[in-house]
Unconditional design. Structure first.
Length: 162
C-alpha cells in the first residue's frame, strides 16, 4: 500500500497532526505551500470569495497511491484556499481522498461537503473524514494532543480502506 498525506498548515498545527498520521500509515508527508503568505484578513476574504491561492509546484505523482489523505484547516467555515487549489490541480480522478479538518472548534459538515463537491468534478470521492481541534483561540492543543489526533485518524483511515 502506497500512501501519502498532503497537508496545508498556516501555523504548524496541521503539520504536526499530519506527521503523526503519516508515521502511522507508513506514508510520506507532502506540504502544500503558498507562493505568497497572506494576512488573516486576506485568508478570510479568500475563503469567503472561493479564491484559489497560488501554490508552489508539488511534483507529486498520485497515480500509484492507494491511500491519499488531505489535512487542512478551515478558514471562514471552508477548507483553506491553498488546499482547494491543490484539489483543483491534483490528478485525483478515480481516487478516494480521506479528509482531516483542523479547526478551532467549528463543525466540519460544510467543509466536507465542499471537498466532496470539488472531488466529484474529478470523478473522485471522499473517504474517511475527521476533525481535530487545534485550539480554541485561548488555548492551543499540545503537541501530544495533535500527534494523538493524527494516530487516531490513521486508525480510521485503515478501517475505511483505500
Amino acid at each position: 500500500m502506497k500512501a501519502v498525506v498532503v497537508c496545508y498548515s498556516r501555523f504548524g498545527h496541521t503539520t504536526k497532526v499530519a506527521g503523526a498520521l503519516a508515521q502511522e500509515l507508513g506514508a510520506e508527508v507532502r506540504r502544500i505551500e503558498e507562493t505568497k503568505q497572506r494576512g488573516f484578513m486576506a485568508m478570510g476574504w479568500g475563503s469567503v470569495t472561493n479564491a484559489r491561492f497560488q501554490i508552489k509546484p508539488m511534483d507529486l505523482d498520485l497515480s500509484g497511491c492507494d491511500t491519499i489523505v488531505l489535512c487542512t484547516p478551515i478558514w471562514a467555515g471552508k477548507p483553506a484556499c491553498p488546499a482547494r487549489t491543490f484539489l483543483r490541480d491534483a490528478r485525483l480522478e478515480g481516487k478516494k481522498v480521506h479528509l482531516l479538518i483542523a479547526t478551532g472548534g467549528g463543525e466540519i459538515d460544510k467543509p466536507v461537503a465542499i471537498v466532496a463537491g470539488d472531488l466529484a468534478k474529478k470523478n473522485a470521492t471522499v473517504g474517511a473524514t475527521g476533525r481535530v481541534i487545534t485550539g480554541t483561540g485561548k488555548k492551543d492543543s499540545t503537541d501530544d494532543e495533535l500527534r494523538q489526533a493524527g494516530c487516531e485518524f490513521a486508525a480510521k483511515v485503515k478501517g475505511a480502506g483505500s
